[in-house]
Design a protein around this ligand. Structure first.
Ligand code: SF4
Length: 371
């Protein structure tokens, strides 16, 4: 095994208790009948890709779906297979539903090596949660976080959503205070996007979601309220206390390598990008290398620059020029300068970083300065 260049490992678990109204991820309700064979197939895939790339992993992320639905026994078995490839300091995250407390033994997960949890809280307001089709209550979420903390988890992330039906500035602050009072280390604050084909996109509730202007106000409010409570923004939607950034997610923005296992999971290894179709039957039944689909090769200067501009630390254009000599750092700096005065970005030496106001216009601003 090549221990010098660790990669990341992502395991997709496409099962949920029930489908949330806004969700476009590859996941489906329950699926209990698949749990055992799915776990076995994931273990096979860990061995297959472990052999193909002979790499160790310094991060593992169980995403979904709702990975905790698999139950601690199956998750521990997957961890047993994965640990042969994990570095001793690997960050190992599992996503879950905040109503998980009664159904999972967090101590067993912690003992198996999972050291970070991420829960989709979305809101601490009952009416907002019900509009999204979430099945937990704020009380259950608090109990779940406390149960995880008592089991030794000191790195917990909560997701918040902006633009939900019925949401107000006051309710956003209430939700942020709720997270803060639970003593979590990380918050991801996403803007709700109404995806075509989801139940939300066909429901009257869509008219109660924030419009563009309100969404911008909500986003800036969330950034400033999180900052007041000590959460440092390190990416468009991610905030951490005490340096507890998501190491695994950072690797996507830093263009580091990772293997993704499971239907819909993407990989970037040795300059090659590929993914599995959104089809559980293919994942379970066909040879892995026959179900991989190629993506563009990636790794070009645009991808490097765009991904770094998502981060608060921004893009060092001298470094960009060093890696891609066809790019002129000076030209990019000149294009960026007019956006400094209106407060959309900051320039410090050769580094360009977007402010929260700039993040709101991220796509347009990135295009303006790179092209
Ligand atoms: S729990 Fe997450 S993955 Fe599952 S349906 Fe809801 S939003 Fe989608």
């Amino acid at each position: 095994m090549n221990k010098k260049t660790p990669a990341g490992l992502y395991i997709h678990v496409p099962f949920c208790m029930q489908k949330c109204r806004y969700c476009d991820f590859y996941s489906f309700p329950k699926g209990d009948e698949y749990f055992e064979i799915y776990k076995n197939r994931v273990i096979e895939a860990i061995g297959f890709y472990g052999k193909r790339y002979a790499r160790c992993y310094n991060s593992l992320y169980f995403g979904g779906g709702t990975p905790l639905l698999l139950g601690e026994k199956r998750l521990c078995e997957i961890m047993e297979a994965a640990k042969h490839f994990l570095t001793s300091d690997a960050e190992v995250t599992a996503e879950g539903n905040p109503g998980a407390a009664e159904r999972i033994d967090f101590r067993k997960l912690r003992a198996a090596g999972i050291n970070r949890l991420s829960f989709g809280l979305q809101s601490a307001d009952e009416r907002e949660l019900s509009a999204l089709g979430r099945i937990h209550s704020p009380k259950e979420a608090a109990e779940t976080v406390k149960a995880a903390q008592s089991a030794g988890f000191d790195n917990i992330s909560l997701d918040l959503m902006l633009g939900i039906p019925y949401q107000t500035e006051d309710s956003i602050i209430k939700s942020i205070d709720f997270c803060n009072s639970l003593g979590v280390q990380h918050i991801s604050s996403y803007m709700l996007k109404i995806e075509e084909g989801t139940p939300l996109s066909k429901s009257e509730l869509r008219f109660l979601c924030a419009d563009e202007e309100k969404m911008a106000d909500f986003y800036l409010l969330a950034c400033s309220e999180l900052k007041k409570r000590g959460f440092e923004q390190y990416e468009i939607s991610n905030f951490a206390k005490g340096g507890k950034k998501s190491f695994h997610n950072l690797r996507y923005w830093l263009d580091d390598e990772y293997i993704g296992i499971g239907p819909s999971a993407h990989s970037f290894m040795e300059g090659r990008r590929f993914y599995f179709d959104r089809n559980i039957k293919d994942f379970l039944g066909k040879p892995f290398d026959e179900t991989e689909r190629e993506e563009s090769s990636g790794g070009g200067w645009e991808e490097y620059a765009m991904l770094r501009l998502r981060l608060s630390e921004g893009l060092d254009v001298s470094e960009l020029e060093r890696r891609f000599p066809e790019i002129s750092a000076g030209e990019i700096l000149e294009k960026a300068r007019p956006f400094e005065k209106p407060g959309l970005l900051k320039i410090s030496g050769s580094r360009i970083s977007f402010t929260p106001k700039g993040f709101l216009l991220s796509n347009a601003l990135t295009a303006e300065i790179l092209y």
